[in-house]
Design a protein around this ligand. Structure first.
Ligand SMILES: *Cc1c(COP(=O)(O)O)cnc(C)c1O
Length: 401
């Protein structure tokens, strides 16, 4: 089928939730993907922060192939080796004592909210159900996660949402202190608001929030669905801030594209989820776990890739700043950490994204639509960045903002 036919038929057959760019992708290797016509693209969005090791990384492909031949699914009524192997790696390399596996970011956050509520109820013996979240946050599309997502555009038409969610400005610890009541259960935060515009937490912010939560006896949940798995140059973003959460959620990069999410927490909190309180049919599926094990082993191998991410980030930032100097009226700010980078424009970013795609560079947007989002694989090289920068330069030159 021609790409036009595929696009037109897809537009007829799918429930129209997405507005897609008109390309049909068929193949990927490393930092590059190819469409059905053989046109090559440099992928600086990486499946929205999912393909941390690039497309079809060898070690992950082999791990998946082996597991698919051995066992695809058995449910959580039984134990499997890949699940345990993954749990061991996550626990060894994080603050957590225990883990629960699910299938996506929103499902991880749903579970985290449920866990926080049942733990607080078991601890205090009364209703402590309120959540404090931040404006411009993004936690997912199902009702619980959506209810703590601080962007009205995603709520619209779906009300009523969960009761008892209070929103406060990001990077304002005093606002959290003021929002606490005798019913507060937990604070939920992304260390870097990714979808909401790549807004990085101030160093002292997370520390202050941790202090407030400890003082008030409420839980702190970090949503590291996008910032986790090496994205920021540490395995988890919280490591940059020297602040540990009580509960952390993961998904995007964890399985290199095979769907998997996780909730990580401490023993005491985990124990509030007794048998039959929470479950997921596909959660911790052996194929997804095998993929995640191979992904994490590759990232953690002598720590090279995490250091590399920080180094290549500096190079990318420097190059982006040179573009900013050339187009000071078009580019307002460059921000981010590791390979989660936002470039705020003085106008809507759609035209820039489309111009890049035409020239063979895939990037995304964030926030109110004026922020370009870059979440490339951690394996990008200087030459890839130079190529992306020269495309961006051309596109900015032509853009009449
Ligand atoms: C993408 C994202 C989610 C939602 O993940 P899904 O897998 O799409 O449900 C939640 N939180 C953050 C921070 C995200 O970036």
């Amino acid at each position: 089928m021609e790409d036009r036919e595929i696009i037109n038929l897809s537009e007829k057959l799918f429930i129209p939730t997405y507005s897609r760019y008109p390309i049909v992708l068929r193949k990927g290797r490393g930092v590059r993907v190819w469409d059905v016509n053989g046109k090559e693209y440099l992928d600086f969005l990486g499946g929205i922060a999912v393909n941390v090791l690039g497309h079809c990384p060898r070690k992950v492909v082999i791990a998946i192939q082996k597991q698919v031949q051995r066992l695809i699914h058995v449910s959580n009524l039984y134990y499997t080796e890949p699940q345990l192997n993954l749990a061991k790696i996550l626990i060894k390399n994080s603050f957590a004592d225990r883990v629960f596996f699910c299938n996506s970011g929103t499902e991880a956050n749903e579970g985290a909210l449920k866990l926080a509520r049942i733990y607080m109820k078991s601890k205090y013996g009364k209703e402590r159900y309120e959540f404090i979240s931040t404006y411009n946050s993004f936690h997912g599309r199902t009702f619980g996660s959506l209810s703590v997502t601080g962007q009205e555009k995603y709520h619209h038409g779906f009300e009523p949402l969960l009761d008892g969610v209070r929103f406060v400005p990001f990077n304002d610890a005093d606002a959290i202190a003021k929002a606490i009541t005798d019913k507060t259960c937990a604070v939920i935060l992304e260390p870097i608001q990714a979808e909401g515009g790549v807004n990085v937490a101030d160093k002292n912010y997370l520390r202050k929030v941790r202090e407030i939560c400890d003082k008030e006896g409420i839980l702190l949940i970090f949503d590291e669905v996008q910032t986790g798995i090496g994205r920021t140059g540490k395995l988890f973003a919280y490591e940059h801030f020297g602040v540990e959460p009580d509960i952390m959620t993961l998904a995007k990069g964890l399985g290199s594209g095979i769907p998997i999410g996780a909730i990580l927490t401490k023993d005491e909190i985990a124990n509030a989820f007794g048998p039959k309180t929470h479950a997921s049919t596909f959660g911790g599926n052996p194929v997804a776990c095998a993929s995640a094990v191979a992904t994490l082993e590759t990232i953690l191998e002598d720590g090279y890739l995490l250091d590399y991410c920080q180094r290549i980030s500096k190079y990318f930032m420097k190059k982006l700043n040179s573009i900013k100097e050339r187009y000071p009226e078009k580019i307002k700010e460059i921000r981010g950490m590791g390979l989660l980078i936002g470039v705020e424009l003085s106008f809507d970013a759609t035209e820039i994204v489309k111009g890049c795609i035409e020239r063979g560079l895939l990037i995304g947007t964030a926030g109110d639509g004026t922020v370009l989002r870059f979440t490339p694989p951690l394996i990008i090289e200087k030459e890839d960045i130079d190529e992306a920068i020269s495309i961006l330069d051309e596109v900015f030159k032509e853009a009449n903002a």
